[in-house]
Write a protein of this length. Structure first.
Length: 590
């Protein structure tokens, strides 16, 4: 395991809630390279449908005013046709805009996923996996809903609202004046509720991300939960977060329940007021019945758009929070995988020169003035007490982290000038708890390798790793599923599969981090034989855990408190370094 300081989880910067950053939103959408023609055609169809809806009441006015001469069947058919046409075109518009939104969210998730797997390891040290998943799923969906649903509906609703009001003003300016006075008053009443609802929506997104991260951590380590009898603790912790989500949900439900009746009551009062005034106008002959019916139809047409506009501003605020979080993630520095030159690292000396390192810029140093040299085709061992910095050195060699001072060199060349992908392709890393992916044994052996391998090649590396026998005994051989994190294979089997994978990669530099420390004696013997095969003809760096490894190493570095206390062969260190001599006597009971 890596020695590191415990770091507090990252939190998103606090921003003012309610202001929508249009430029940032549009820049984010542009990154997804959407098919804009779908948006524009969908909006155009929506406008055509809205135009048909606005035309229908005007024809209805003519139809009703002409009742004294009988029903104009052609005009009636035209009105029905307009409503049907509007519905059909609206359906096409909605489908096209939905496709546009799904395309955007798919591309956005591709962008986020590509970003996530290329972020530096230091980012994953301080951000929970569940929170990143929430950005990938929840926040991207929120953005899609705004773009594909709320925004197009807002455009058509705004056009319908303005169109209806203009036509109503031309029909009867007195009744329309009542509407122009009443609607702003209604919106003024709704605005505080909309702001509170927006704030709660942002809180819900953040709480969901936290809850997702916590549950992911717990379920991924369910065996630790069981072995620690921590079911009660995790239950209470989960209940506390669910309670917080419940409280936020209550607020959201209350605000929504208040907003809807107020909007409905306000519109109903407006409708009744207009109806009473219009009835009086019809009674005194200053307004025709056709105008009244047409006016009421337009009034109905502005009720839905008014509510839609109110919901749009709520969705806008929620999407603003999601946009900020997604943008923050996309702005995180990532590894430059292909930048630099490619170079074979065989027959070159690998060294650390005056390296300092801390996991945080202002954190406690983990390594200080470390100087290490590994000559080609030699075995270099690292010994010392736990927490001294041995695994951190491996992390620097893998370029998971960058030294805060000093350099990692290959002969006279800084390894940062080399292609990171090419560099890692020439390194084999077998750790104490070798990672294994959910999937088949075949998938795990070839994981990350671009070329195809025959079954004979896979069986060959399994044989070299002394893993062929237990794989043969499995029900599906190479296609046997190993389960999540390899739970269906034992620790010793998992280690041998990791060694077989290393054989297949054919690394030039081999790094072994406590590769047999947690195994039983039988598994350790098998793994040790496999490692002996793997080490032949390679530069090997190994964190020592067996006395034979130390004795046989060409060079041993004793690491203590992040510094090299001494280096040399086993006998040289026994003769001149009391710290090493005491360590050997205690560690190996010699």
């Amino acid at each position: 395991m890596m020695e590191r300081r415990v770091t507090a989880p990252r939190t998103a910067p606090t921003r003012s809630a309610g202001k929508f950053n249009l430029k940032a939103f549009l820049n984010l959408i542009r990154q997804t390279k959407p098919k804009y023609w779908q948006l524009w055609v969908g909006l155009a169809l929506g406008l055509v449908a809205t135009g048909a809806q606005l035309a229908a009441p005007k024809f209805a006015q003519t139809l009703i005013n002409g009742f004294s001469h009988g029903i104009n069947q052609g005009l009636l058919g035209l009105i029905i046709g307009l409503f049907v046409l509007s519905a059909v075109i609206s359906a096409f518009s909605g489908a096209l805009l939905g496709i546009f939104g799904e395309n955007v969210v798919a591309n956005l998730r591709k962008t986020l996923w590509q970003k996530l797997v290329r972020l530096r390891v230091s980012y994953f040290d301080s951000v929970k996996t569940g929170e990143m998943t929430s950005r990938l799923v929840n926040d991207s969906t929120q953005i899609k809903d705004l773009l594909a649903n709320s925004f197009p509906q807002m455009v058509t609703s705004l056009l319908q609202l303005l169109g209806a009001l203009v036509i109503m003003a031309l029909m009867d300016w007195k009744m329309t004046a009542i509407m122009f006075i009443a609607l702003p008053l209604l919106m003024a009443i709704m605005l505080p509720i909309m702001r509170l609802s927006s704030k709660v929506g942002r809180q819900r997104q953040d709480a969901l991300a936290t809850f997702s991260g916590s549950t992911n951590d717990t379920l991924s380590e369910i065996r630790l939960v069981k072995s620690s009898n921590a079911e009660t603790y995790e239950t209470q912790n989960g209940f506390a977060q669910i309670k917080q989500l419940y409280r936020i949900g209550l607020k959201e439900a209350v605000y929504d329940s208040i907003a809807s009746p107020i909007m409905t009551a306000g519109m109903l009062a407006l409708f009744v007021g207009v109806l009473v005034y219009a009835a009086a106008r019809v009674a005194d002959g200053s307004m025709s019945m056709g105008t009244l019916v047409s006016f009421l139809m337009y009034l109905f047409q502005i009720v839905g758009p008014a509510g839609m506009l109110a919901r749009f501003f709520t969705d806008l605020s929620k999407a603003n929070g999601s946009t900020e979080r997604v943008r923050d993630l996309l702005n995180e520095p990532e590894e430059a995988l292909t930048a630099g030159t490619t170079q074979p690292i065989t027959d070159h000396t690998l060294s650390l020169q005056h390296v300092d390192f801390a996991y945080e810029d202002d954190g406690q140093p983990v390594l200080h003035d470390v100087n290490i040299e590994a000559k080609p085709n030699t075995v270099v061992a690292f010994a010392g007490p736990s927490g001294g910095g041995k695994s951190t050195i491996f992390g620097l060699l893998e370029r998971y982290y960058q030294p805060t001072a000093g350099k990692v060199m290959l002969d006279d060349q800084d390894v940062n000038d080399l292609s990171l992908t090419d560099w890692r392709s020439q390194i084999g890393y077998v750790s104490q708890d070798s990672a294994i992916m959910a999937g088949t044994i075949r998938h795990n052996l070839t994981y990350g390798l671009a070329q195809d391998f025959t079954d004979d090649q896979l069986w060959h590396v399994l044989q070299l790793a002394y893993a062929d026998q237990f794989v043969h005994e499995m029900p599906d051989g190479l296609d046997t599923q190993v389960g999540e994190r390899g739970v269906k294979v034992s620790g010793g089997q998992r280690q041998r599969l990791a060694i077989a994978r290393a054989f297949l990669r054919d690394p030039k530099i081999l790094m072994l981090d406590e590769a047999t420390a947690s195994l039983d004696s039988e598994s350790e013997a098998m793994v040790q034989k496999a490692l002996g095969q793997l080490m032949r003809g390679r530069t090997t760096l190994i964190i020592a855990h067996r006395l034979s490894t130390i004795v046989d190493a060409d060079n041993i570095y004793f690491i203590e408190h992040g510094q090299v206390s001494g280096h040399g062969t086993h006998q040289e260190l026994m003769d001149r370094l009391p710290l090493y001599r005491d360590y050997v006597k205690i560690q190996f009971k010699e």
